[in-house]
Design a protein around this ligand. Structure first.
Ligand code: NAD
Ligand code: 3PG
Length: 387
């Protein structure tokens, strides 16, 4: 029985994978084998020695100390694409909110007291103050063209926008997903210079933090409209507030409210709702559950963000899974222990990612406890599991 601790509100669809007969799932379980998390910040989380993996039901992993986890032999998974459609649909709302005076107009309707006549007549007079531009025919700059950015770019084309996209690290899969009518931009400054609307869909990294700063805003068109469903910190708050107050930025639509932004004019803020649809929550929970289940049961790693992806069809009597440093001679040091104890390898794989590597051996015998201990004690070995 594996124990999984739920740190956030995780869709119950996870339970169709992590079933009661093999998993204990709860918010209070002690000494868990796995953590199931959404956007909770784990940077100060006290990881226990027996923790094997973390399933992030969602894509952003800026809240998880990935290196520390790798160093402790904890595999972190996320769920690429699981909530991308949810964000794409909210982006359509963002485009409308970035353009039209919908919120003040709704507020007028809600608070109209009838003193100037029936609302049906009065509204025809006041509505002109709520006019705004259409986005058809305008230019949208998309920064980050992965699962969300590619969908956003394509739907903006369908709205008759001209679409530019900037993504220096675009994967081949994402490139296939983007319409050939999207213009590829290789200099981020061109997105700033030529866009009427800018939308950000990058992860939060050292490189993207404060990507939209004073210098970036200075390059932009007057009256630019900026949409941020990525992370608050990719936009420098001081620069954005200044841009909004000066009128350089006409509207900032973002999923990451702060007190200062709430108090600034021309912001439209939602409480981190991008991936909060029934479907996205269910997709992400099921994906993360499958990833954790395959790792806990078979040692396979798919969609990890800190250790190499490794999948091996099972064969043999036992499987030895070893997380270790990516150093020369690691396998050579393990092999004598296998040979000494008559452990014959039927199939194996070894993959690396940065400073870490993962080796899986399917062997034809049970593995003696002594061999496991000695493998664990080898220099550079981080964690050994036998399944
Ligand atoms: N508001 C929400 O609820 C919500 C929901 C989903 C995702 N997000 C955020 O949006 C981000 C993107 O999500 P996704 O599913 O498209 O992720 P993804 O990994 O599929 O795509 C991210 C893309 O950004 C690109 N990128 C990385 N660094 C870049 C840089 N410096 N400049 C330009 N492009 C860069 C990558 O190459 C990749 O193609 C997530 O990391 C998360 O922070 C927020
Ligand atoms: O990174 C993500 O996937 C989104 O920000 C959604 O996060 P959430 O699962 O906490 O809503």
């Amino acid at each position: 029985m594996y124990k999984v601790k739920l740190l956030n509100n995780i869709s119950p669809s996870a339970r169709t994978i992590l079933t009661d007969d093999r998993y204990e799932l709860s918010e209070t379980v002690e000494h868990p084998d796995a953590l199931f998390v959404r956007a909770s910040d784990l940077h100060k989380y006290p990881f226990e020695k027996n923790l094997l993996c973390i399933g992030r039901a969602g894509i952003g992993v800026n809240t998880i100390p990935l290196d520390e986890c790798a160093e402790k032999g904890i595999v972190v998974f996320n769920t690429p694409g699981g909530n991308a459609n949810g964000v794409k649909e909210l982006f359509l709302f963002a485009l409308a909110m970035a353009s039209r005076e919908i919120l003040p107009a709704m507020e007028w309707v809600k608070t109209y007291d009838g003193s100037q006549g029936p609302i049906e007549q009065r509204m025809e007079k006041v509505k002109k103050q709520y006019a705004g531009p259409e986005f058809a025919g305008k230019t949208l700059g998309v920064i980050g063209a992965g699962n969300v950015g590619s969908r956003v770019a394509n739907i903006a084309l369908a709205c008759n926008m001209k679409v530019y996209a900037y993504d220096p690290y675009l994967s081949a899969d994402a490139a296939w997903a983007i319409s050939r009518h999207v213009f590829r931009v290789s200099d981020l400054r061109d997105i700033f210079r030529y866009s009427d609307y800018i939308t950000i869909h990058t992860p939060l990294t050292d490189e993207t933090r404060n990507m939209i700063d004073d210098k970036a805003i200075a390059l932009m068109k007057n009256g630019v409209r900026i949409i941020n469903y990525a992370r608050g910190e990719v936009v420098n708050e001081d620069a954005m507030i200044k841009g909004l107050n000066d009128g350089k930025v006409a509207r900032y639509v973002a999923d990451f409210p702060t007190k200062r932004l709430i108090e600034t004019k021309n912001t439209v803020l939602t409480p981190h709702l991008g991936g909060t649809t029934f479907e996205s929550e269910s997709n992400c929970a099921r994906m993360a559950a499958k990833e954790m289940d395959d790792y806990l049961t078979n040692g396979n790693i798919r969609n990890s963000v800190n250790l190499p992806d490794v999948q091996l069809e099972r064969s043999g009597a036992s499987r030895i899974c070893i997380i270790h440093r990516n150093l020369p001679g690691m396998l050579a040091n393990m092999m004598p222990l296998f040979a000494r104890d008559g452990i014959n390898i039927e199939n194996m794989t070894n993959k690396s990612r940065g400073s870490y590597a993962y080796s899986v051996f399917d062997v034809n015998t049970d593995v003696p406890e002594k061999a496991i201990q000695e493998l664990n004690a080898l220099d550079g070995v981080i964690r050994v599991r036998v399944l």
